[in-house]
Unconditional design. Structure first.
Length: 243
């Protein structure tokens, strides 16, 4: 099995990824997650294939999942200077995208009609991918899926819901809502596996901001115990897909 990990700091910091790799023993794995990453693009997001964290502006406008996709696109393009001749991006059987905790809180779960605006035109024809609004969850998730599916036609693509955190940094209600939004859009795409990592066992009431709690090292990011819980939950989702 070859695995690609995409996402935000919860994935970048490797607590759950390292446990997942110990359990599943993939032949090859690559982690391109970036701290502070958003699902949704910013107004000024530019796809430069180099998503990075910038503390001075809360993460940076190019620090989005779609720019992580751009990094993969360039690494796979033999005509591009960023083409990876070491074949690190050649093929994947499993692709995790785990993000959402850093995005703005939605007002509600979008209705099927609202989600459809990023999939279908008013005359019921398919909305071209280049016209989707990637500043929305639906637009960014569809854009990410279609490019990954084209590059890796046989891969299992899994979108994970964010996990709970200390209440004063990420409220239970906000994280729960974001997971419901991601699930609703996964339902529309259909070919994406929704992994409700929210239910991995991490509970915000046992966590405190800037202190090491039961499962989170600082109220937001998993410690060793929390990393095991996420890894075990996500590994079960992968095993189920390959039964």
């Amino acid at each position: 099995m070859k695995v690609l990990f995409m996402g935000d700091s919860i994935t970048y910091l490797n607590a759950w990824v390292s446990h997942f790799n110990k359990m599943m023993k993939p032949e090859h794995h690559l982690n391109i997650a970036v701290s502070g990453a958003h699902w949704c693009d910013y107004e000024k997001t530019i796809y430069d294939g180099n998503p990075v964290w910038r503390a001075e502006d809360g993460g940076g406008p190019n620090n989005t999942i779609c720019n992580q996709v751009e990094k993969v696109l360039r690494a796979k393009d033999e005509t591009h200077p960023l083409y990876k001749k070491d074949q690190a991006y050649d093929d994947f059987d499993v692709i995790f995208v785990s993000a959402g905790t850093n995005d703005a809180i939605p007002t509600a779960v979008p209705t099927p009609e609202e989600i459809n605006t990023q999939f279908i035109n008013g005359d019921n024809t398919t909305l071209p991918l280049e016209k989707v609004d990637r500043k929305t969850f639906a637009g960014a998730m569809r854009y990410t899926y279609e490019h990954l599916r084209r590059l890796y036609p046989k891969a299992k693509i899994l979108y994970c819901s964010p996990v709970q955190a200390a209440e004063n940094i990420r409220s239970f209600a906000s994280i729960k809502l974001k997971g419901q939004v991601i699930k609703a859009i996964c339902d529309r795409i259909s070919d994406v596996v929704f992994v409700d990592t929210f239910n991995c066992g991490i509970c915000g009431i046992y966590e405190e901001w800037q202190k090491n709690g039961r499962d989170l090292i600082d109220g937001l990011h998993p410690n060793n115990n929390g990393g095991k819980k996420i890894a075990e939950y996500n590994a079960r989702a992968v095993k189920y897909q390959f039964l």
